[in-house]
Design a protein around this ligand. Structure first.
Ligand code: F3S
Length: 82
């Protein structure tokens, strides 16, 4: 049974899948302190604490190939929803 309670999100872990990332870079545009493009044109996490959770979620949602996964403190996947 799922309960929809509007609890604030708590992002504990950000994972970029380099195989999925196509270097589209909106994640960098939305949260440049958190995501940067490497020499291989793949995004990587610079500083997971450089933006608030809403901004990080927005950045993950902005990825056209959903290469960014977010997890909470208990290791539950916050985004993308499955
Ligand atoms: Fe890559 Fe997605 Fe960012 S394709 S560059 S992780 S928005």
């Amino acid at each position: 049974m799922s309960q929809e309670s509007p609890k604030p999100i708590k992002i504990a872990k950000i994972v970029v899948d380099p195989d999925a990332c196509i270097g589209a870079a909106p994640c960098v545009t939305v949260a440049p302190g958190v995501f940067q493009l490497g020499d291989d044109n793949k995004a990587y996490v610079v500083d997971a604490h450089a933006a608030d959770d809403d901004t990080i979620l927005l950045a993950a949602q902005s990825c056209p190939v959903q290469a960014i996964s977010l997890y909470d403190e208990e290791g539950n996947k916050i985004y993308p929803e499955e």
